[in-house]
Write a new protein. Structure first.
Length: 355
């Protein structure tokens, strides 16, 4: 029996399971999925969990069941590529014939002193829960600073504003305007929403140091009761320690068939993969679709395609609380109620098809 081992139960490996199970897995192949928690987590919704506007259960989806799918729970401590073994913090090492690494990302602190020690995070479900507890136990008129004006920071700031109207919310961003990767129309719409709803946006920020309840912007201290960090990501530390070729962002360089150049049996999916796009859930799913097809061809001894089609991304949608939103669909900017409805619909469809 060949062993396919999937590391991480995120969007990429969840799509792998649904592409192979129940009918596309050869009889001589079994799958082991290893994750730290016993369910798939909707990471794109952690901002709402942290803000207190959705329950913990709403961001969880059960893993599928199948006789040849084994679920293992624990912390991965090492990937031994030479001996084809995955080591966990407890129990025996897990051997593999084929490996798909989908361990996601962590916060990147850009070597800013104190940032890791004195800020909260929404990068995994445990940290999002801790951030929820901290934010929602604050007394009235407390100051919350969110560092990073990208998608995560914007969604958290707007959701927290609707959840806690009594808080003072500050959003620090390096750019001249938030969401600098979006069209200017979208950025201005979001910036105006914040102004109307009493969220202070500090553009051109440069966080130089973080201390307990103090943020230093251009070396000037800013008192804050809680700081949440959404200012950059990097691959999981397990991947960062792998002795394989990486790009400047520390992501693993892959062949056109999504495996590492020195081993056709080791694939990387999602945030840890070096791809010509920004990391996203739909990118991980598109990549997983192709990896599943490649595995099936390799298992059956078929020739691999000379080229794989370009992964088509439909766009990106963000929320501004429960009633407004923004996004970019087919290179067209959309704002307002329709963007929020679209995002809610896509989330419902995902949970309906995967739950």
């Amino acid at each position: 029996m060949k062993k396919l081992v999937l590391l991480g139960g995120g969007y990429g490996n969840m799509r792998m399971l649904h592409r192979l199970l129940p009918n596309n897995l050869p009889e001589d192949v079994s799958i082991t999925l290893i994750d730290r928690v016993p369910y798939h987590c909707l990471k794109t919704e952690y901002y709402a969990l942290a803000a207190g506007t959705v329950s913990d259960q709403e961001v969880r989806v059960p893993f599928p069941e199948h006789p040849r799918l084994e679920l293992k729970y624990g912390e991965i401590t090492n990937i031994d590529l030479e001996n084809k073994m995955v080591h966990l913090d407890e129990g025996e090492p897990v051997p593999y014939d084929d490996l798909v690494i989908g361990l996601g990302c962590e916060d990147k602190y850009h070597n800013i002193p104190g940032a890791k020690e004195h800020t909260h995070s929404i990068q995994n479900i445990e940290k999002a829960r801790e951030t929820y507890q901290t934010l929602n136990n604050l007394p009235a008129n407390s100051v919350v600073s969110i560092v990073g004006g990208g998608l995560s920071g914007v969604e958290l700031a707007s959701e927290l504003r609707e959840s806690r109207e009594d808080l003072v919310i500050k959003l620090f961003d390096r750019g001249k305007i938030i969401l600098s990767a979006f069209p200017e129309r979208v950025s201005r719409y979001v910036q105006n929403w914040f102004q109307t709803n009493g969220v202070e946006v500090i553009n051109g920020a440069n966080i130089t140091k973080v201390e307990d309840q103090t943020l230093f912007n251009h070396d000037e201290p800013v008192h804050t009761d809680v700081i949440v960090w959404t200012a950059g990501i990097q691959p999981n530390w397990i991947v960062r320690e792998l002795d394989v070729e990486k790009d400047k962002q520390g992501r693993v360089v892959l062949t056109k068939h999504h495996n590492i150049p020195v081993d056709e049996h080791v694939y990387v999916v999602g945030d840890c993969a070096s791809l010509p796009y920004a990391p996203s859930a739909q990118l991980a799913e598109g990549q997983a679709d192709q990896i599943a097809q490649i595995l099936q061809k390799r298992w059956s001894g078929q020739e691999l395609p000379a080229e794989l089609p370009t992964i088509k991304l439909k766009g990106v949608l963000g929320s501004l609380g429960k009633k407004q939103g923004f996004g970019l669909m087919a290179e067209r900017a959309i704002t307002g109620r329709i963007a929020r409805i679209l995002k809610s619909g896509i989330l419902w469809m995902y949970k309906y098809h995967n739950g």
